[in-house]
Each structure stands twice: as structure tokens, then as C-alpha cells.
Design a protein around this ligand. Structure first.
Ligand SMILES: NC(=O)c1ccc[n+]([C@@H]2O[C@H](COP(=O)([O-])OP(=O)(O)OC[C@H]3O[C@@H](n4cnc5c(N)ncnc54)[C@H](O)[C@@H]3O)[C@@H](O)[C@H]2O)c1
Length: 444
């Protein structure tokens, strides 16, 4: 089993200067000696990567030593005013630590284009993988082999096969992996699932998981390729995905609307709402046994290829019905039982009866994994080697529900699923959609 302490002890014993900050004495950061800090490399510093990096900066026992992105710096992410990439990320990290330094100066965050250079650094303990989904599996498997603990953004995988390979790699190497499904560390999300699993709404009958609609629109009809901008390594951005000509609406943030890199809003939002469905139904290490399209719509031309409106139904072995639907409101997941309901969403938390909301879970009721901060929980688990709030198997199973929903919506027929074997029953065409070829030289 990989040991954080072993690697750090080794660094101390060899007197490796790599791990020490250049100008900041440990006292500045309180009682936390630099040798006890967890050294992090942030791979992908775009829309979410910059957020995750800032969350790690807030933790006094973590130190961001490296940032990596194939984009040097540009606008054109989720919103026009987001200017992101590896140069802004490096500046942000060094400014943050400089402001905490008595000298007001700090150097010690290196910037990379090639993530393999980050993985090769023995002084990096953990990596945040916050890149488009076509990269999650290859990077995770390589990071696990390099002995790095991993914070990998949701959806954990691009395909079911990718997810299974990630689970196996994490198990084999003993690294800690936290999936970025941060709802697992939200008090009300946990409480909602505890109420459901404690039988407070009677017998659970039905779950509705909501996903948001498209929030960006690429070119429709025929579109014209564009020159790759300077400072952007497009070949590496594509990585294991099939080669396609560059268009600005293909890459930064927008990748989530193209099936080569994402499962669309089914996986983008579903990695949260369907993850809660799995948690509340005590099914987060398994999954439904039947999937069926319920009227999804798909684009017929243009650059974007993911479901335009998501709508599928699934059924668990315990009889619970699951519906996943595109809707723009504050609901993420609604649980309906024989005696009431619980609704958890971005805007709040509602129950029927209303008294459930202010009740407490008794000592003999179901208490779920408690984490108040997803990043803190990851760092704590790096130290204790315990399973984090959203471990790899759970991340994989939740992503699987999203992928199977997508396959059912594409094939427009009822599919039966064996969650043990992770295979469709009697449907070769559907089974072929569980994995995808990777463009050389990338492989698992
Ligand atoms: N937890 C959440 O709520 C949440 C929210 C948003 C996004 N995400 C997830 O974060 C991931 C990234 O999404 P985003 O919105 O930040 O996308 P983004 O396009 O804004 O950022 C991705 C960054 O990765 C870089 N990149 C691509 N390939 C790379 C490679 N091989 N090496 C280094 N850098 C590479 C890109 O240049 C880009 O800067 C996705 O998996 C997404 O689902 C999670």
C-alpha cells in the first residue's frame, strides 16, 4: 500500500530541497511543518480546476506545488470574463502564498503543459484531475500507478469500462481517490438521504433526478474549422478522443456538449443528482436493473451531439422507480415514499411532512458518512488512508447510471442491466457502447 508518510520520510532523509518552499518559513503557516504538508499538483486549471485549486489553497496543511494545463492562458471558458489556464493559475497560487509570507514574495509553484511531468515529481503527493472527461481514466490510472492520491472531478468516467479500470487501478495501488461529487459533503444532502434510508417517508417508491438544460450553444448546420490558437496544445487536449478539426466551441467548457468528451448534461448534472438517488436508495455500490428512454431529444446537426433534453426511466431491483429529466429549477433530487417526500436542491431542502426538515436522526436510525468539506475530507483521508466521502467505486457506480441512461436514450429501447457483471443482458449492441477505443498513444 502506498504511504504518504513513507514518501515524505524519504524526502526528509535525503534532504530533498524540492519539497520546501523557497522563501516562507514554516512558522508563518502555524504549527504545520512543511514536511507534514500534502503537496498537490493541479492538472487542469480551467473553469472548475481553478475553483478546486483555490479550495486547496485554503487548507493550511496543503501546498500547491504545481499547476498544469494545455492552455497557457485565455478567455473563452464558461463565461467571457473567465481568463484561465496555467499562467493565471500559477500567478494566483504564488500571489496567495506571497500574501501570507512576511517578505511578501513567494516562488515555488511550477507550471507544466504535460501532466506526466507532474506525475514524475516525487515530492507531489496528490493530484487534482480537473480536465474534460475523455482524460479522467487515463490520467487516474497513470496517477495511481505513480502512487499519487487523486481528487478526480465528476463525472468520474467517460464510459463504464473507463470507470471499472479506474476502480481496479485505485484498488491495486491503494491510493486514495475522492470523486468531485461534492454534494456528498453537503449536510442537507446527507440528511435528505438519512431521512429516506431511515424510513421517515415510509417505503421509498420513486426518485426523480433533475439535470439542467444546455447552457451553451455551438454552431448548427455545417461548421467551418478554425486555426488552433497560439498557446493551446490542441492535440493533447484531444488526447484519447478521436481526432477532429479545431473549433473554439469544441474545447474550453463546451466539451460537455460533445459525446466524444462527455455524456452531456446527463453526466454533468447527473453525476450529482443521480449520485444522490443512488445514495438515498442505498444502491451506491450497485445500480438499477432496467433502463428505458422516456422521450429524450437529440440534435440532428451541428457541432454538439449530446442529448438536447434528457428523459429516461430506470428501475432498481428493490422496485424503486427512477426518472431522470431535464428541468431548470432548484430541485436536484426528489424522493417519494408511501408516507411523504424529501426534495433536495440547489435552492434548498423541502420535506412532507414539513416537520421532517427540523427533526433529528435518532441513534438507532441510519447515519451516513459525514463530511463537511469535500476537500478537507480528501486531505484527512490522505493522512488516515481511510475511504473518503465519494470513493472511486461510488463515483464509478453513479457515473455508470448516467452512462446507461445515455445508452438507453440513444438506442430508444428497454435495456436490462446486470450490476454485478456490469453488462447488459442479451444486448450486444448496447454492450459495445460500454467502452470506446482510445486514440494512440493513450491507453489504460
Ligand atoms: N464538481 C462540480 O460541481 C464541477 C463543476 C464544473 C465542472 N466539473 C468537472 O470538472 C472537469 C473540467 O470541467 P471544466 O468546466 O473545468 O472545463 P474547462 O474546459 O473549463 O477546464 C478544463 C481545463 O483542462 C485543460 N486540459 C484539457 N486537457 C488537458 C490535459 N491533457 N492536460 C492538462 N490540462 C488539460 C483545458 O485546457 C482546460 O483549461 C469536468 O470533468 C467537469 O465535469 C465539476
Amino acid at each position: 500500500m502506498k504511504s504518504h508518510l513513507t514518501r515524505r520520510s524519504f524526502l526528509a532523509a535525503t534532504g530533498a530541497a524540492l519539497a520546501a518552499p523557497l522563501v516562507v518559513p514554516s512558522t508563518v503557516f502555524g504549527a504545520l511543518a512543511p514536511s507534514n504538508r500534502i503537496h498537490i499538483g493541479c492538472i487542469g486549471t480551467g473553469n472548475q480546476g481553478t475553483q478546486d485549486m483555490q479550495a486547496f489553497l485554503q487548507e493550511a496543511d496543503a501546498r500547491v506545488l504545481a499547476v498544469c494545463d494545455v492552455n497557457r492562458a485565455s478567455a473563452g471558458y464558461r463565461s467571457a470574463d473567465q481568463f484561465l489556464g496555467r499562467d493565471p493559475a500559477q500567478k494566483l497560487v504564488e500571489k496567495f502564498y506571497a500574501e501570507k509570507s512576511p517578505t511578501g514574495a513567494y516562488r515555488g509553484c511550477d507550471s507544466y503543459t504535460d501532466f506526466r511531468e507532474v506525475l514524475a515529481r516525487p515530492d507531489i503527493d496528490a493530484v487534482a484531475i480537473v480536465v474534460p472527461d475523455q482524460w479522467h481514466a487515463v490520467m487516474t490510472v497513470m496517477a495511481a500507478r505513480a502512487g499519487k492520491d487523486i481528487y478526480c472531478e465528476k463525472p468520474l468516467s467517460l464510459t463504464v469500462e473507463d470507470g471499472r479500470a479506474m476502480v481496479e487501478a485505485v484498488r491495486r495501488t491503494g491510493v486514495v481517490l475522492q470523486t468531485g461529487s461534492h454534494e456528498r459533503s453537503h449536510r442537507n444532502a446527507r440528511f435528505a438521504c438519512e431521512l429516506v434510508r431511515s424510513g421517515r417517508i415510509g417505503r421509498l417508491k420513486r426518485i426523480q433526478a433533475v439535470v439542467g438544460s444546455w447552457n451553451k450553444f455551438g454552431p448548427t448546420g455545417a461548421w467551418t474549422p478554425m486555426p488552433v490558437p497560439e498557446g493551446f496544445d490542441y492535440e493533447t487536449w484531444l488526447g484519447p478522443a478521436p481526432w477532429q478539426p479545431y473549433h473554439k466551441d469544441r474545447c474550453l467548457y463546451s466539451f460537455r456538449f460533445i459525446l466524444d468528451y462527455s455524456g452531456g448534461q446527463t453526466t454533468n448534472y447527473g453525476a450529482h443528482s443521480l449520485d444522490l438517488a443512488q445514495w438515498g436508495n442505498d444502491a451506491d455500490r450497485t445500480g438499477p436493473v432496467e433502463f428505458e428512454d422516456a422521450g429524450s431529444t437529440w440534435p440532428t446537426d451541428g457541432l454538439y451531439t449530446v442529448a438536447k433534453t434528457v428523459h429516461f426511466r430506470a428501475r432498481y431491483a428493490n422496485g424503486v422507480e427512477l426518472e431522470c429529466i431535464t428541468r431548470n429549477d432548484n430541485v436536484s433530487c426528489r424522493f417519494e415514499g408511501t408516507e411523504g417526500w424529501v426534495e433536495y436542491g440547489y435552492g434548498g431542502f423541502l420535506t412532507e411532512p414539513a416537520s421532517l426538515k427540523t427533526s433529528t436522526i435518532g441513534p438507532n436510525e441510519v447515519h451516513l458518512y459525514e463530511s463537511a468539506n469535500h476537500f478537507r475530507n480528501f486531505l484527512d483521508c490522505i493522512k488516515t488512508r481511510q475511504e473518503p466521502a465519494a470513493p472511486v467505486e461510488i463515483g464509478h457506480r453513479s457515473a455508470t447510471v448516467c452512462h446507461l441512461g445515455n445508452i438507453a436514450m440513444q438506442l430508444k429501447r428497454k435495456l436490462r442491466w446486470d450490476p454485478e457483471a456490469e453488462q447488459f443482458i442479451g444486448d450486444d449492441e448496447a454492450n459495445r457502447m460500454l467502452g470506446r477505443a482510445k486514440r494512440a498513444p493513450w491507453h489504460l
